[in-house]
Design a protein around this ligand. Structure first.
Ligand code: E4P
Length: 294
């Protein structure tokens, strides 16, 4: 158990209730959980069903997803469980909201995940008007974070935005700069959007996110286990984050942009290649659970 509980809420990034229970045992708490179609596809029960040549229908897949989040829900604290709608490149906001409205009532502490696309932002705008809590996923730019802020203005519940640090690092950009830039931009806002550092690849990412004072971070169990093995280090005032890739090469800085949070969300340049790639990967992983295995 860490000697001092971090101010930043710690969520488990996964799709297996047993793993969440293990982390809770190790840390003494888990503030919340994020799931996504790729993580759900890896769930041991879903894998067992696929391996036993059982073809999952979309309805069965949804039932499994519901059972998984219902098992995780009581294990976590007030950061809740994020549940992701099925969203392909051409899925409309209305189709996303229909799913979100159903998923939101699966558990009492749900956050509905929509992608940072035009349709995802429209879905968020409609959802917050109905007091459905949202987590805007696949965020790769400051413009997308500004659009999340503008689209959800007036939300009675905190809105989460999930910048994906590791996937930016993967293509040579310093994902931690994006976190820092979004935090800086939100300083002029009303605080209704909470930054959830996602796509965390190692303990240093997590510590840098804590040092930046993000409201939440979602971390895979194996990284939280590594944090425990290292006796729960915390970033002190001398903490320095080395923006390097796995080969030790420096990551390219992401410059800060002056953006006006008062503008309508449609005025921001929300297109990002990694958002589209991320959607395609989630769709492919979701579809893999529907295939009959040989
Ligand atoms: C966040 O909600 C996502 O599930 C997650 O952090 C994605 O991380 P990855 O880039 O390791 O897939």
């Amino acid at each position: 158990m860490p000697p001092n509980r971090p101010k930043t809420k710690i969520l488990v990034d996964g799709g297996d209730p047993q793993e969440t229970a293990r982390v809770r045992q190790l840390l003494g708490f888990v503030d919340g959980q994020t799931t996504n179609p790729s993580l759900i596809a890896k769930n041991p029960e879903i894998q067992r069903r696929i391996a036993s040549e059982h073809t999952l229908s979309p309805q069965e897949e949804k039932d499994e997803y519901r059972k998984i989040v219902q098992a995780i829900s009581p294990l976590v604290g007030d950061a809740g469980v994020s549940i992701e709608v099925f969203a392909d490149i051409d899925t409309t906001a209305e189709e996303m909201v229909t799913q979100g409205e159903e998923m939101f009532f699966w558990i009492p502490n749900a956050y509905i995940k929509y992608p940072c696309t035009g349709e995802g932002l429209r879905a968020a705008e409609m959802s917050v008007a109905q007091q459905i809590r949202v987590n805007m996923t696949l965020c790769f730019s400051q413009d997308q974070a500004a659009a999340v802020y503008a689209a959800t203005r007036g939300s009675k519940e905190p809105v989460y935005v999930s910048p994906f640090v590791g996937r930016l690092d993967d293509r040579g950009e310093n994902g931690m700069d994006l976190l820092q830039n979004i935090k800086k931009m939100y300083r002029s806002g009303d605080g209704h959007v909470h930054v959830l550092a996602a796509s965390i690849r190692h303990v240093e990412h997590m510590l840098a996110a804590l040092a930046l004072g993000v409201e939440l971070t979602t971390v895979p169990a194996k990284i939280l286990e590594e944090w425990a093995k290292r006796d729960f280090p915390m970033p002190d005032q001398d903490f320095g984050y080395k923006a390097i890739n796995a080969r030790g090469e420096p990551l390219k800085p992401i410059p800060y942009k002056e953006l006006d949070l008062k503008l309508p969300w449609q005025s921001f340049d929300i297109v990002h290649e990694l958002t589209d790639t991320g959607i395609r990967k989630f769709v492919a992983d979701y579809r893999s659970t529907l295939k009959r295995s040989a």
